[in-house]
Design a binder for this molecule. Structure first.
Ligand SMILES: Cc1cc2nc3c(=O)[nH]c(=O)nc-3n(C[C@H](O)[C@H](O)[C@H](O)COP(=O)(O)OP(=O)(O)OC[C@H]3O[C@@H](n4cnc5c(N)ncnc54)[C@H](O)[C@@H]3O)c2cc1C
Length: 491
């Protein structure tokens, strides 16, 4: 489609929608549209041709059907906190914003379920469920602002996903508007529905398979007791070894987080968190469950940490002290702004046992390239969040930081990990997908996308480096593969 075709299509769509939706839902003013030009990854900006602030699932379906009629691409947006450019708009497309769909329809302790609109804020589910003894376990650090729809699309995780798992394990069913505007339900409230796990395919699909308009979520019982402790180590190697030793001892903490010396320095500068002086790394461990079990685990965790070289160990005795321990960790990303004018938040994952080696390699790359890297990560999951520091005002600094950032992802792949642990691929990491997957893998994944979205209108340009037309024959690498690929094409 040429730019002129795209603009003509959007004009036709705009006329169409004005006949169907209340005027206040349609944002056409350029300055207002500009406020939606990026998500949490502000390095990429595209002003959408039209923004629709939908107020019901039916309106989502109306907009998507109109997009299908006019051949206009659309992008879903929840709270816009995504860090991989997943909600980056399309210049000739519609941005469908779900932030007005904020009704929490039900909280049902009797079967541990909640039913939420996609724009409901993650933390709002737990706030409503807490008085009944429950909470929503997936807890991205952005949980005060990110939406359930965004969590579903990104299969988001958080500090406590080591024990409780990612969003995928907490979604039972979804109402979805498919890319041709049909309203369907994926999954059921009863376990183990027959047939393909289409709900599983949708969770984590980053808005490329349709738009979720309602979610039935699994609630988790609040633990009887919670203990949080902090251990100071000389190095990330020792902190990593302690992490592995804790898990090997059969203890599954709710969270295990590591911060290295540079991240500690940033957090101290920002919030004076009082972490052990001179630490090369700190480990934050949270244990939850029945009171007797947790008390026993706390003793064992202290012993393990000391055996692995911890020179200081503190356990919080009340909620205020717990918050004090978490303060440094929770402020770490923003705090890095205190020690560097610019930084890239990278997200990669490795098997937990590779952590010490990967961190050492990362240190080598950092020293070799003269680019500082601060590390704050979900150690239990091996989910790294290296913060690559630079000063964009210095010539070539941005390019060097991006190069180091890419090298870190290569390290993750070399060690059997992945280019994203929880922030998704989006627009930003599509270029890295071929480093992890071969052309056949990428073709096969796109066949799934084509099955949902033959016209390719749902969030185009995301996840895949080279989008493939759905009618197109999959790429043939070896003649011997041909029959297999032909079968795949039928699927
Ligand atoms: C400070 C900070 C800390 C963060 N910490 C974490 C963390 O600990 N763990 C983590 O996993 N992430 C984290 N994130 C990333 C981000 O908050 C999550 O990915 C979050 O789930 C995105 O939700 P959102 O509502 O902002 O989605 P958006 O950014 O609006 O959208 C994200 C993606 O979801 C799609 N989408 C949105 N709504 C729908 C819908 N209803 N149906 C289909 N697709 C939809 C969009 O098209 C886009 O591809 C953090 C971000 C920030 C800024």
């Amino acid at each position: 489609m040429t730019q002129t075709d795209g603009q003509a299509a959007i004009r036709g769509l705009d006329r169409d929608l004005r006949g169907q939706l209340p005027g206040h839902t349609l944002i056409t003013d350029p300055a207002q549209r500009e406020t939606y030009a990026c998500d949490g990854l502000a390095a990429y900006r595209v002003r959408p041709a039209l923004v629709v602030l939908v107020e019901s699932a039916e309106q989502v379906a109306q907009v998507v059907r109109a997009c299908a009629r006019h051949g206009v691409p659309f992008v879903a947006r929840g709270s816009g906190t995504g860090l991989s450019g997943g909600a980056l708009p399309h210049a000739d497309g519609v941005l469908i914003v779900t932030s007005r769909l904020r009704t929490l329809h039900e909280v049902r302790p009797e079967d541990q379920r909640a039913v939420a609109d996609p724009g409901v804020i993650n933390l709002a589910v737990s706030k409503a469920a807490n008085p009944l003894g429950y909470y929503f376990a997936p807890d991205p650090s952005s949980q005060q602002i990110c939406s359930i729809g965004g969590n579903v699309a990104e299969n988001s995780g958080g500090a406590h996903c080591l024990k409780y798992g990612f969003t995928a394990g907490h979604v039972l069913s979804l109402d979805v508007v498919t890319p041709d505007g049909e309203q369907i339900t994926l999954g059921t409230e009863a376990p183990d529905a027959p047939g393909y796990d289409l709900l599983g395919a949708f969770v984590g699909s980053e808005g490329t398979l349709g738009i979720a308009t309602r979610a039935t979520l699994r609630l988790t019982r609040l633990p009887q007791d919670v203990h949080t402790c902090l251990a100071g180590f000389g190095s990330t190697d020792d902190a990593g070894a302690a992490t592995s030793a804790i898990i090997a001892a059969g203890i599954v903490p709710a969270a295990i987080e590591i911060m290295d010396a540079l991240a500690i320095e940033a957090a101290e500068a920002a919030v004076s968190c009082g972490y052990p002086e001179g630490a090369g790394a700190v480990l934050v461990v949270e244990l939850d469950g029945p009171a007797v079990e947790v008390a026993d685990e706390l003793e064992r965790v202290e012993q393990i940490c000391r055996d692995q070289g911890a020179f200081e160990f503190r356990a919080a005795t009340d909620a205020a002290e717990r918050a004090e321990i978490w303060k440094g960790r929770k402020s770490a990303f923003a705090a890095v702004g205190r020690i560097s004018p610019d930084y890239i938040v990278q997200d990669g994952v490795v098997p937990r046992t590779s952590l010490p080696e990967v961190l050492r390699e990362m240190g080598r790359i950092s020293a070799e390239r003269g680019v500082r890297v601060a590390n704050v990560f979900h150690a239990g999951d091996g989910n790294l969040h290296p913060l690559v520091l630079f000063d964009a005002a210095q010539e070539g600094a941005t390019e060097r930081a991006e190069e180091v950032s890419g090298m870190i992802l290569d390290l993750c792949i070399e060690h059997g990990g992945s280019i994203t642990g929880e922030h998704g691929v989006g627009a930003d990491k599509a270029r890295y997908m071929p480093r992890m997957f071969g052309p056949d893998d990428l073709d096969t994944m796109q066949l799934v996308r084509c099955a949902f979205d033959p016209a390719g209108l749902a969030n185009p340009g995301k996840i895949y480096p080279t989008p493939r037309m759905c009618g197109e024959r999959p790429r043939i690498v070896h003649a011997a593969d041909e029959p297999v690929l032909e079968q795949a094409e039928v699927f």
